[in-house]
Ligand binder design. Structure first.
Ligand code: GDP
Length: 367
């Protein structure tokens, strides 16, 4: 191939040999009018740049270069899936650089949620993960909630340094970055990150001033996220689009709740009480007798108990069970990526099921 042919997006020399190397273009695309390397093509058309896998060897090498910089880190997470999106390896990646933890998608929490409790909880989660955070912000990239406040804080905290935005895929990083592109360029309509030159590491720099930039890093794939175990269609159903309406179930012990067919909660011991369910309004919840639950699942998974659809069913790991004894009132049983159930009383035993690899957790309720 002619050595002088360059990508119109990033200016790298185009090549058709190695997909993993800079400037790769599939042979079939060479006939096109606008020549773009695969990466710029994806950027321009999907407004996404490459993702890296958390368990791949290249990952740490790639992103850990942040450790050698002097910068401010914005760690963007999805407050609806903290277990799946809070990067436990962040301190190793960013070294001693200061971190602001930003919980996105706050618009999905019911209005009754106590945001102060959510922030405190996030502070604690970060601390447990060994992360020393300067501050915690709750924002909605989609609804532009609290973004200006965060932007102001970023400006004071960065002390003229670069800002790196780090996050797992699907937390809303593209939506977030687009806000800052609009802010820094003053252009009102949505433009994409493809307007900015990328570096060889897949980092994209959006200038903040003459000497510093907001740097978008590749989205990180965390294999333990529910999102990777479901079909595109099911992901749409389980991802809440608007404020979650809590659903109440009066349960006796010996009863079971199915969350579609993706999770299950058995009420083993405790007085009759209300279980408050926080899941996407489109996910059906089904109540049944514990003694019938196995048979119902066998017969009805992907039918009455859906999602999963057939496509998800072919990739979904089997449901695994864990027992929990809850000694405190107002405890949440959290199914990462799906939602949670608040149990109001203490002295309760439940058994909770989730797909193997997507670990359930317990926390004090926000309400
Ligand atoms: P990325 O993979 O991290 O770049 O995430 P995207 O920006 O593509 O967003 C992933 C999904 O989350 C999309 O369906 C967005 O519409 C949605 N999303 C992003 N930000 C928000 C938010 O603040 N609230 C809600 N409810 N959804 C959001």
């Amino acid at each position: 191939m002619d050595n002088n042919v360059i990508c119109e997006g990033c200016g790298s020399i185009l090549q058709t040999e190695d997909e993993k190397e800079i400037g790769y273009i599939p042979k079939s695309s060479l006939q096109k009018k606008n020549l773009l390397c695969k990466r710029c093509f994806q950027l321009r058309h999907y407004n996404k740049h490459e993702t890296v896998s958390l368990d791949s060897d290249d990952f740490l090498d790639l992103v850990s270069t942040i450790r050698d910089t002097d910068s401010l880190i914005i760690h963007l997470i999805d407050i609806f899936d903290v277990d799946g999106t809070l990067l436990k390896s962040l301190p190793r990646i960013v070294g001693t650089n200061p971190i602001i933890l930003v919980g996105n998608k706050v618009d999905l929490l019911p209005k009754s949620t106590n945001q102060r409790k959510v922030r405190n909880w996030l502070f604690n989660q970060a601390k447990e993960a060994g992360m020393n955070v300067l501050d915690v912000f709750l924002i909605s990239s989609m609804k532009s909630y609290n973004i200006e406040e965060l932007a102001m804080e970023m400006e004071t905290r960065r002390e003229n340094k670069d800002i790196y935005v780090v996050g797992v895929t699907n937390v809303g990083k593209s939506t977030f970055i687009n806000h800052f592109i609009k802010r820094s360029t003053g252009i009102k309509e949505a433009i994409t990150t493809s307007y900015f030159p990328g570096t060889t590491l897949g980092f994209i720099e959006i200038p903040l001033d003459r000497n510093s930039a907001l740097i978008d890093t590749p989205g990180i794939v965390n294999r333990h996220q529910m999102a990777h175990y479901v079909s595109k269609n099911d992901l749409k159903i389980i991802t809440p689009k608007k404020e979650i309406k809590p659903r109440n179930y009066q349960l006796h012990r010996g009863q079971t709740l199915f969350i579609g067919g993706l999770a299950r909660l058995d009420f083993i011991k405790g007085a009759k009480q209300t279980f408050v369910c926080f899941f996407s309004n489109e996910v059906p919840i089904h109540r049944t007798k514990l003694e019938n639950a196995d048979a119902l699942y066998e017969r009805q998974v992907s039918e009455l108990l859906s999602p999963p659809d057939q496509e998800t069913l072919s990739i979904l790991p089997p449901l695994v069970k864990r027992a929990y004894r809850l000694n405190e009132p107002y405890t949440d049983v959290v199914f990462p990526g799906l939602g949670w159930v608040t149990i109001l009383d203490s002295d309760v035993t439940v058994e909770a099921y989730s797909p193997k690899g997507v670990n359930i957790s317990i926390r004090k309720s926000f309400n």
